[in-house]
Design a protein. Sequence first.
Length: 556
Amino acid sequence: MINKRRGIKGLTLLLAMVGIVVWTRVADPELIGRLADRWAAFTSSSSASATAFGPSDIVVDASAPGQPISPLIYGVAFADQTVLVELGATVDRWGGNTATRYNWVAKAWNAARDWEFRNKPADSTDDFVRMAFAGQATPLLTVPTIGWVAGNGDNGTRSTGVPPAGGPPLANSDAIAGYNPDRNRAVTSVRSFARKPGPLVDKPDPNAPAVYQDEWIHHLVTAFGSSAPRYFAMDNEPDAWSLTHTDVRPAELSYDQMVANFEDYAIAVKQQDRAALVLGPDVCCWTSYFYSPLDRGSDNFRSHADRHAHGDVAFLPWWLAQVARQDAARGSRSLDLLDVHYYPAADKVFSDAADPNTRDLRIRSVRSLYDSTYTDESWIGTEIALIPRLKKWIADSNPGTRLAISEYNFGGQKDASGAIALAEALGTFGVQGVDLATYWTYPSPNSPAGAAFRLFRNYDGAGATFGNQSVPVISGIPGVRAYASRHADGEIDVILANESQTTPVRVPLKLLNRNPLSAESYRVAAGSGTIEKGNVSLDSIAMGPLDLVLVKVRTA
């Protein structure tokens, strides 16, 4: 038996001995070790031969225990009922920059820096929740925690004289050098608090001088009863308030303020809905995983004085530990899912660009989600390995917390490379055990990216889905990625992605310890927004450049 901690190299050595070239999807020593053990047991059994598989096969360990795939990784944002059904999406998120300033009583919000700091009318979240349920999706709502929300929906109401960015606060003040937000707050906004000091009512006065978020949760519970929304994010990117919502919150937040703000509102939510599941801190960016907004200083995080004042511990693990400590002292959990946003930082990837270099870079960038050997090809310039990194921080600092990535997008929605990237991201979320993920905002169902999404959630147009149990798969074909799953009835689904822009391939697909009875394919041809059903031979699955293929195998 190989040492499981040797990871990819150990498995490569083992399989090279039986003539297999290994490509594995995840640098997970435990998963690789389990697969290696099963492979060694299989090839040493009397019923199998070491030459049963060739060097260019894709092999699925169809009888492995596997691990559950969370149904909530197939989320989107602000999709209507028709889109939810067509995509087969499982979560619909109400979020983004405007949600930070949402006034649930007046049905208004402010566009912040995205559109001249103007107020504008907003839809009712009650209607949004009903639409999500009608589309068979779970609603994820954003609770404003910034302290100020839009006072009306008049888009002629706006903040003026706002500086290009915020900065460190003046002593005992929300103001920064050269700018005081009081005037713009008075013009555009009303106060927003975590808790109402008096009795909660279902329909507050829309002209009241303040809005209370616990009263909103109370309203949702009253309106929807046992079907009330359960998932609540504590605001949207508070690490970027001083940049995005500079008009009302220009002062950069510290480590301590980020924890205090979260705890105040999270506890208020749970006091009104004990079944609520809370996400936080919903930070936007790579830098924010390591530093507070206040760390920006005058030297763009180089001296990071706030972090030094907190033991020089990276922000997210510090934040997790502080929340865990306060929860233990209180005797109840405020945080259920660690939530971050993630976008590829490499040039032009998060865009519609579709030149050959960007196409390749977009597809490679997905490796930043999981691969500790991949150096990110952006200004970050180091290994990100996002999901394993976040899971380790959780295990070390706040065990039992689940993981959400409530905003991501790898660009290229209208291009074949965007379809490949989205399929690989969804496959990775399943393999890596992410608990909830929502795309921003949603891919058009008939776009290439939309077709990639539907391969997982509605590939036949009648609601057929990728399996709910991830099982190990290896590929001996460079540039062909594979994701495998199993259904309760034993059906095996494999999604294959040909990353090459120029080279067609023929893929032999083999099942370990299961006998295939029948197979059919569902194909997204490069650049297409449609899924084509066909018959397929497992011995030779034809794939064109940048094709995606789902292979459905009935087994005995």
